[in-house]
Design a protein around this ligand. Structure first.
Ligand SMILES: *Cc1c(COP(=O)(O)O)cnc(C)c1O
Length: 418
């Protein structure tokens, strides 16, 4: 459920017409609904309220600091995958004891930073990494709290680029080797084993992969406890899907109802790491039609948002619904909606039946709140879009549109070139 709806002919973001926002802030423009974000976050806290838990928002889905602050104020933690994300999470006021750190390539500097910050735990993805964390913690004279990220070899039945829990993936430790790794970890002097972690992929639209993966993890945990290794934190990752088109993904409540009974009789704190399912449908990208061009086979609608603003269609062939910001009575036509970037893969929609749009009219790219702005770039030297948060009739600029100056801010022409 989100709060981008038509009132008459006009698309609204909560109680404000999107046209009003494009007039004030220009395009391409990311618009987020405060009340949708809050509602989606609370759906998780409500679903898991009867079990000790922390909702650690996966920053990579949308790391805007205002959005992080919103979750922090409502008791949220963070799932991070880099030093930069740690920095942002702390700046947003997320308590370090609610931060978990995954990723296969943590650098020394990042490990030191996380140890210094006293995060809840590292989700460790290899033996080399485990030993490196142990060594650095030794130098710093402290014990590093860790979980091992276990790869349960479960097919999440999603796009291959966003599946992470199969044997062929680079993530985590093969479940067959789990016991051995935990033995190694428990013998390291500057490591404190406190948790177990899994994350099997993203945009998962069924409950069963979560259930199957958890069963496998619990089986391993039982083996660990017979060796006296008691796990306090069970981190089940994120990955719940959203409806981009006609998917009917489970909601947090479904997840909780199916998973919590499996934990009966275990004294654990649960960690959940949702990203997409909180922010995905809480954001849209608004773009203006620049030109129309009739090709031999179809029409091209050329808009001012490109793959540098939203790469999901180019990267995954992802589907995003496109809606006119002002509805008109028009015929439909088959078209490609493309951006200005000089790549044939620069499109927002391919072979899409759309109501005809005219030059200067606006389109809303729905479901753009997750992996939208966060994956944007300056490719083709395009300044990145502005981000706005709407709450009721109020609107707040939460990231300024980049300027041309921003494009060269950190570049230098050295003396020998002068
Ligand atoms: C990306 C990621 C998430 C969030 O995934 P969503 O599909 O956006 O919910 C959670 N945990 C880890 C370790 C991740 O890499």
């Amino acid at each position: 459920m989100h709060l981008f709806k038509y009132h008459g002919r006009e698309l609204f973001a909560e109680d404000i017409a999107v046209t009003e926002l494009t007039e004030k802030y220009g395009t391409p423009l990311y618009i987020y609904s405060y009340n949708t974000l809050l509602r989606h976050f609370q759906a998780y806290t409500d679903a898991f309220k009867d079990y000790p838990h922390i909702i650690c928002f996966a920053l990579k889905a949308n790391p805007n600091i205002a959005i992080l602050r919103l979750f922090a104020k409502n008791g949220g933690g963070a799932d991070i995958v880099s030093g930069g994300e740690l920095y942002k999470a702390l700046k947003a006021g997320i308590p370090p004891k609610k931060i978990v750190y995954a990723g296969v390539g943590k650098t020394k500097e990042e490990i030191r930073f996380a140890l210094r910050s006293k995060i809840l735990m590292f989700n460790v993805e290899s033996e080399d990494e485990l030993r490196e964390i142990n060594r650095i913690a030794g130098v710093m004279r402290l014990k590093a709290p860790i979980a091992l990220r276990i790869n349960p070899d479960i097919d999440p039945e999603t796009h291959p680029y966003i599946a992470t829990g199969l044997k062929r993936h680079k993530f985590g430790i093969p479940i067959e080797d789990g016991l051995e790794y935990y033995r190694v970890a428990s013998r390291l002097k500057n490591i404190k084993v406190i948790g177990i972690h899994k994350h099997i992929g993203s945009q998962i639209t069924k409950v069963s992969p979560f259930v199957d993966a958890l069963r496998r993890i619990l089986f391993l945990m039982d083996k660990l406890s017979t060796e006296g290794l008691n796990i306090q934190y069970l981190d089940i990752g994120g990955g719940l899907g959203i409806s981009y088109r006609d998917e009917e993904p489970p909601v947090p409540e479904d997840l909780a109802r199916n998973l919590i009974p499996l934990l009966k009789g275990r004294r654990l704190a649960l960690i959940v790491e949702p990203g997409r399912s909180i922010v995905g449908n809480a954001g849209i990208l608004v773009t203006k039609t620049l030109y129309l061009k009739k090709g031999e086979e179809k029409e091209f609608v050329i808009v001012d948002a490109g793959m540098n603003d939203l790469i999901r269609p180019s990267l995954y062939g992802a589907y995003h619904q496109l809606l006119p910001v002002v509805r008109k009575k028009r015929n439909t036509t088959l078209c490609d909606v493309v951006g200005p970037v000089c790549e044939s893969s620069d499109f927002l929609a391919k072979e899409r039946e759309l109501k005809r749009v005219k030059q200067g009219e606006y389109l809303a790219v729905m479901g753009a709140g997750a992996y939208g702005f966060s994956m944007s770039s300056n490719y083709n030297s395009r300044p990145r879009a502005a981000e706005v948060m709407v709450r009721g009739r109020e609107h707040f600029l939460i990231r300024e549109r980049e300027t041309y100056r921003d494009l060269i801010r950190s570049e230098r022409i050295q003396g020998f070139l002068k």
